[in-house]
Design a binder for this molecule. Structure first.
Ligand code: M6R
Length: 597
């Protein structure tokens, strides 16, 4: 969702530091952006709708300062306007806040504050926070020390219902306060009293890789040093400093035009990295799955499709039934959860609100929690009893690619581990990784580009698959929708004849995802049925089949077929986006990490 960053320290260029950091966070939200800069006299705010991407920071002529914070927005309450952009100030500009999340009871608080004379200028829920804190500070006219500031922010937070990550500044205090309930905030500790607070690590990775995690219902006051406070008990808490292994350049585009294509190409290495797991851990997890009274794979969006793929892989490889639900729907099935059930949360960010809620629900029922996650130290990583890190490195394009295939590799490996054939699974995936390395070459990209040129103006397209390629048909549709904005839908091949085939007319592109397994002949029959109604058949398949109007060759990868089959569709989606002049890294209406329900 929204991107947040703040800097407090000895450097005088706080404004430019946070704006540079914000550019790195823009994948989290890009409706509008804004910055607040604290000077000796006041707080200067600059905010604007649109993307921060190409902003010439120098041109803004922001004052020199040691304390600043910035925000990129993904609108929830109130349209995309300059006024609704963050930061938000109280009437007298005494208090300025930025926020990620939703204050559920903001209307009630707003009414009460209006009665007390507060004047609101935006339609956001966030603005109530600035006015409420100002109201609570009224009894301390003039400069305030950090203890008062902390106390009154804490008192104000107690009145909010909902999820949030807040940063608060006051023109009468040199400290900055951050608080969290449900939305991520990470503290970066630089050298020489430098501090960063951000919703994701790449925002400050150029300056430090030493971080402290703020947990739910915690607050931190930064003022040359740091004080962490448990909001429930009011007591100070000690935090461990964690060293992050990511390199700053991993979060850069390098010579690529977009992050999406860079991340697609990185799949030459990421599968290898993903499967390089501690054998003992894999066996321990396989044992937990084998012994659990019901295993539930939970994820949202693309991660949800990986969960569906897991159910096919487990059924085929280790003859085991696992349940699958989207995070947002899982609470409806909590009645089946027992103490010895196991919930497996799959996620790139580890911060998706719906998946986190599912974990909370399962935890309350006493179930064991496992996560398959990319971002180490994320909320899911810290909440789970056991974690498998997929090691894909920072994924910045909104459309997930390398994290998806790394997750697929892990669930495949786990299915093999549950069957007691871990080494066989590893061998299969190593072979797939080297096949992907051969596949991802400029000639391959060009072949897919020729197809993209042919179909770039279509209104709708369809994707079919069977068995473990059915979830990949669903995932293909998400990829095409997200970045090309072409209406796309994925179906189980056998389902088309029960209704959706009515949508096929002359020239409708239909991608058939084919594996060289027991589903091959049936999915080819389904493609023939579509062709008979005028459909243009694009085959993603190890073999050329007569029915294909366009063939994209993929290696014959056995049970790793979902991994190799999704990659050409990722490339096609990317190329369609570029040809249709869309920004594939920041698709309209979307945000990378969905931290609201
Ligand atoms: O960070 P997560 O994997 O938990 O995110 C879940 C979904 O929001 C995510 O997969 C989304 O569907 C992607 N934009 C798909 O490309």
């Amino acid at each position: 969702m929204c991107g947040i960053i703040a800097y407090k320290g000895k450097r005088p260029d706080a404004a430019s530091l946070v704006l540079k950091g914000l550019k790195k966070l823009e994948y989290r939200g890009y409706d509008s952006w804004g910055v607040a800069v604290k000077t000796d006299l006041n707080i200067v705010i600059h905010k604007k709708i649109g993307k921060i991407g190409e902003l010439n920071i120098g041109k803004l002529k922001l004052p020199t300062s040691h304390l600043a914070m910035a925000h990129s927005r993904w609108a929830t309450h109130g349209g995309v306007t300059d006024k609704n952009a963050h930061p938000h100030a109280s009437c007298g500009n005494r208090v300025v806040v930025i926020h990620n999340g939703i204050i559920e009871n903001y209307l009630q608080l707003k009414k009460a504050l209006i009665k007390k004379g507060h004047k609101f200028v935006s339609e956001t829920d966030t603005e109530v926070a600035a006015h409420l804190i100002e109201e609570n500070l009224k009894k301390y006219p003039g400069k305030i020390d950090k203890a008062i500031f902390r106390h009154e922010v804490q008192r104000s937070l107690e009145q909010f219902k909902g999820r949030y990550a807040f940063l608060v500044m006051s023109e009468d205090c040199d400290s900055i306060v951050a608080a969290r309930r449900g939305s991520p905030l990470i503290i970066g500790k630089g050298h020489d009293g430098d501090y960063f607070i951000a919703s994701d690590i790449p925002a400050f990775l150029d300056y430090t890789n030493e971080v402290m995690y703020l947990d739910d219902d915690e607050m931190v006051v930064i003022d040359g040093g740091h004080d962490f406070i448990d909001l429930k008990t009011g007591k100070e808490i000690k935090k461990r400093i964690v060293k992050i292994e990511w390199k700053a350049q991993e979060a850069e585009k390098g010579s690529f035009l977009h992050f999406m294509i860079k991340e697609i190409m990185e799949q030459k290495e990421t599968i290898h990295r993903a499967i390089n797991q501690n054998e003992k851990l894999m066996k321990k997890i396989a044992d937990a799955i084998n012994k659990a009274f019901g295993t539930y794979f939970i994820g949202c969006g693309t991660a949800g499709k990986v969960c569906i793929a897991a159910s096919y892989l487990f059924s085929k490889i280790c003859k085991k039934h696992v349940n699958v639900q989207f995070g947002s729907e899982f609470p409806n099935f909590q009645h089946f959860i027992k103490k010895n059930s196991l919930l497996v949360a799959v996620s790139q960010s580890g911060e998706t609100a719906d998946t986190l809620e599912a974990m909370e629900v399962a935890k309350k029922k006493g179930a064991k929690l496992l996560t398959i996650v990319n971002v180490e130290g994320s909320s899911m990583d810290r909440m789970a009893d056991l974690s498998i890190h997929i090691k894909a490195g920072p994924e910045k394009a909104v459309a997930s690619t390398k994290a998806t295939t790394a997750q697929l590799a892990i669930v495949t490996l786990l299915a093999y581990a549950c069957a007691g054939r871990l080494n066989e699974g590893k061998k299969l995936l190593i072979e797939a990784a080297s096949q992907i390395n051969d596949m991802l070459n400029p000639r391959y990209e060009k072949h897919i580009l020729e197809l993209a040129e042919k179909i770039k103006n279509v209104e709708s397209m369809y994707v079919i698959g069977r068995g473990m390629n059915y979830p990949m048909a669903l995932e293909s549709a998400i990829k095409l929708q997200e970045v090309s904005y072409i209406h796309a839908e994925g179906f189980a091949g056998g389902e088309l004849k029960h209704g959706p085939i009515a949508l096929i007319s002359k020239g409708t592109p239909c991608i058939a995802l084919v594996a060289n397994d027991e589903t091959r002949s049936d999915v080819i029959s389904n493609a023939i049925e579509i062709k008979a109604r005028g459909g243009f058949i694009i085959g993603v398949s190890p073999r050329r089949e007569e029915v294909f109007d366009y063939w994209i060759r993929v290696p014959d990868a056995g049970d790793a077929s979902p991994i190799v089959n999704i990659i050409p569709v990722q490339i096609l989606a990317y190329q369609l986006a570029v040809l249709r002049k869309n920004n594939p890294d920041m698709p309209r209406n979307l945000a990378k990490s969905v931290t609201v329900k």
